[in-house]
Design a protein around this ligand. Sequence first.
Ligand code: GCU
Length: 592
Amino acid sequence: MTTTPANFRDDIHRVDFLSPYASPKADASTLIDLGGRQIESLDGPWHFAIDPNDQCLRARWFEEKYTDDQGRPLPMNFSFDEWEEVPVPSCWNVLESEWMWFEGSGVYVRDLDFQPGGPGERVFLRFGGAAYAGYVFLNGDYLGWHRGGSTPFCFEVTGKLGATNRLVVVVRNAREVENVPTNNFDWFNYGGLHRGVGLVRLPATFVKAASVTLVPDGSFSTVAVSVTVDGAERDGQAQVEIPELGLTGLVDVSGGVGGAEFQVTPELWSPENPRLYDVVVRYGSDVWSDRVGFREIRVDGREILLNGSPVFLRGVCCHEESDTHGRSLTEEEIRDTFRIAKDMGCNFMRLAHYPHSGATSRIADEVGILLWEEIPVYWAIMFDSPDTLADADNQLRELILRDRNRASVIIWSVGNENADTDARLAFMSGLVDTCHDLDPTRLVSAACLVNPVIPAISDRLVDKLDIIGVNEYYGWYDPDFTKLPALFENSHPSKPVIITEFGADATPGLHGDTGQLYTEDHQQQVYQHQIEVLSTIDYIKGTTPWIFYDFRCPRRTHVLQGYYNRKGLLSPDKTHHKLAYTTMQNWYQSMM
Ligand code: GCU
């Protein structure tokens, strides 16, 4: 057994500095589905510094021990209250030029005044997202950590808050091979508290989660309500109200869970008619509420049925990025993206390759855009690692718990472009099962690679999927366009196919002949050839070309890329429409 040397000092000798923080961990089991409930925002200015050597975690800065046991002052390598202030939510990469490429620990600090509420009140901290992992300390004590950079998490702080409090959050966006995604991916590695932070006050027993969805049985008149409560009163009745439908119903809750179905005839939600209803679930003194749309999405053979009618998903892929705010998009930026997408003729968007913000799916509910939501099981993650699977599965559960009341979300995607190995098949088949277990009302897919030699759709995962996503780049990565029709002639899917990626790079404003790579003219020709073929394949029920707008990408160093992936139909700020935008718009509008 190794003994600790007499001169051991933790902060400079401990190599594995993260293991002391391995638990507790916030995950889907501790996440509270707020629904539309309000929270006390902690957004705004926080003190911040980058911490390239992870000193806050190594030397336990969060304990703030400014004197020794005899009260003599000690030298510190930090000064929380004198650090510069940054806005939360934000990504540090876009705040200071010297932070642009920083990957590691960022330390956020703020004070928090607190007045306790009534008896039995329970209090929680809720984070909308911390990329990639967040370690949370309250008044010098470790609350725990969360991993998975794009999903919300909560910590209970009941009884831990005084009149004034110190909150320290270490956010680490270091790329680790065991992470989801792993340490190699084709987008920019933003870091920070990039989504909102807040305080939630709830009664001693409260509604932890509720789902209110149309049962996909073709009747369009059966609403299933499930309720989970947290607290001592785990047996009782919840009251469900949908006033505009004249519904007031009871749900028996036993052991903290309950469910019931009710016969109602809602006006169905669709992109053309994004009808939302106020829903209330009461349990004891708690009131959960949300605005919910009722729609049905099903597969019938090789058709996708929205509210019983075949639908073609006129989509486009999109990263969660604004040139100005990185991953912390404003509501205006989100609405702007959806507006331009609808102008292009879209009724659908593939939110690549990780969960976008909860605001995004809520706005999609309002404006009427169908969504594909995805977890970043991307390329070559550690498919043989149980811990990596646990991370992926938890991100998926948190995403589903957050968005399962969003009518706009019709497809959960368990990943993108993964090599068809036995380990990957087992790993992703398990994720598909998680989706179907947690949410029988939506479809499950993944963006699969094609067999480049034959060519054919031959990924073994497709047997588990409701819809087959296919990424193909004929005309770009494979210049041989004759393989595109061959791909479909060689494939005989029994279920709908969405072409989840095709495209080509084009530097905005660069023109030349159609044979010249990186010109808008070449990109437009690729789109024209693609559409000529895709429009003839009857089992293709959707397309989401790659990608709506150019995005930052460290892998793209060609002088005409400039650390951007230039496959956008728009420039990064969405002000410039490339020639291919109109090509895509003409095709989609011809279907409307
Ligand atoms: C891949 C991948 C994308 C990537 C794109 C590209 O298919 O899914 O994330 O950005 O192709 O190479 O531009």
